[in-house]
Design a protein around this ligand. Structure first.
Ligand code: CTP
Length: 396
């Protein structure tokens, strides 16, 4: 038996929350419902009270409840907080940390894991503001389910439908199981590099590449969720730091090499950064002018340290060293050669032909001593989760 605090937001899909309560009760869980003001336009407190066999909470200003049980206690006595349906407005207020009604106050006050099942019009789901809010919530550790795709009550078609109650129920069981499982990477230190490096040419120009840093950041978050202590050495990217991750910001390859060295020892290293192979020899102290005054317009290059190879062949080699390779052709052959050349245990190779780095889904190949394993077209978060689990197995 687990205790679920179910927050029911407004929207046509709120009726599905009733079925979810029924499934949770049938599985033996206790469900306590909180109905938002707009949610109450779609389902009644009476329905939820009957199905949950418990009192339903609707307002922060119910003084009797505050005397019986404060909102802090209400938010913490649960094993899991579930928001279904989570409207665009509710997700936005959660992401911003607004606490202007009972539901959002509980969400801000809770110290328990939170799972949100969104439901909204397809345009609202795809709007940049919602994308931003969902990314922020995920970075904050909230599990935000993907909505279903299909015909919507408003007549449009696309992603935005509340997942069916059995799917939400399965996600709840998975979240509860994850909470109970011992963290497989507890006590392990994992070092990650991510993003591009910027190699100055003069005070305003630099050599760089198109790396977005998203994959490395996702891996850092996934490893932290498995209980690892994670040090993320990040090149210049404007991404939020994943929950529970220690971040060290750097600009150049040489700074990245020094930060990696300073973070050792580590049990595993995942080198996701797209390190510039070359830097400008003797960056000009002043802006180089078109006519050549203030510095030479001829760019002379010096080779950067290979951070991965140095680590893999060094005295403080982590037990597991993983490199990445973004390739546009002969992906597996190049990755296999790279693995041997750099002394890495695994190379995670992705095919970036026809795609730009920073795309949202990747087919990747993991080249190890035992051969090649391929994962077809997976979103970066899914790659991160699978890789983190594989790392945990390897370090076990
Ligand atoms: N890498 C590194 N330091 C460098 C260059 C690369 O740590 N100076 C790491 C990357 O983080 C990645 C792996 O090595 O994990 C492969 O990077 P890549 O740029 O593909 O390798 P290169 O050796 O530069 O090979 P090439 O440019 O010939 O493909």
């Amino acid at each position: 038996m687990k205790r679920i605090l179910l927050i029911v937001g407004g929207g046509i899909a709120a009726y599905k929350a009733c079925e979810l309560v029924r499934l949770l009760r049938k599985a033996g869980h206790r469900v306590r419902c909180v109905l938002t003001e707009s949610g109450a336009h779609f389902v009644t407190p009476m329905t939820l009270a009957a199905l949950s066999e418990d009192k339903v909470y609707t307002t922060l200003w119910d003084l009797k409840d505050e005397a019986e049980m404060g909102h802090i206690q209400l938010s913490r006595e649960a094993d899991l907080v579930v928001v279904a349906p989570a409207t665009a407005d509710l997700l936005a207020r959660m992401a911003a940390g607004i606490a202007d009604d009972l539901a959002t106050t509980l969400l801000l006050a809770t110290d328990k894991p939170v799972l949100a099942a969104p439901a909204m019009n397809v345009r609202m789901w795809q709007h940049a503001a919602t994308r931003r809010n969902v990314a922020q919530l995920r970075a904050d550790g909230v599990t935000v389910l993907e909505p279903d795709e299909g015909a919507m009550a408003c007549g449009e078609y696309g992603p935005g439908r509340l997942p069916e109650p059995p799917a939400i129920f399965a996600a709840i069981e998975a979240a509860l199981a994850a909470r109970d499982a011992p963290a497989p990477l507890a006590g392990k230190h994992v070092l990650i590099t991510a993003g591009p490096t910027h190699e100055p040419i003069d005070p305003v120009r630099y050599i760089a590449n198109r790396s977005s840093g998203k994959q490395g950041f996702a891996i850092a978050g996934a490893l932290a969720r498995l209980g690892a202590r994670v040090t993320l050495v990040a090149g210049p990217v404007a991404l939020p730091t994943p929950l529970g991750v220690t971040r060290v910001d750097v600009e150049t390859a040489r700074e990245m090499a020094a930060a990696v060295d300073a973070a050792l020892p580590a049990d595993a290293a995942v080198m996701v950064a797209a390190v510039a192979d070359w830097r400008a020899k003797g960056a000009a102290p002043q802006k180089i002018k078109k006519d050549g005054s203030g510095g030479t317009p001829t760019l002379r290059l010096a080779e950067n340290p290979d951070i991965l190879a140095t680590l893999a062949k060094g005295d403080h080699r982590p037990r597991l060293v993983i490199g990445f390779a973004a390739e546009t052709e002969q992906v597996i052959d190049h990755a296999t050669a790279k693995r041997a050349r750099k002394g890495a245990d695994w190379i995670v190779a992705n095919d970036v032909s026809g795609d730009v780095m920073g795309g949202d889904a990747n087919t990747i190949h993991i080249v190890t001593a035992d051969g090649v394993e391929s994962w077809e077209k997976l979103p970066k978060d899914a790659v991160a989760d699978r890789l983190a689990t594989r790392i945990a197995d390897a370090l076990d």
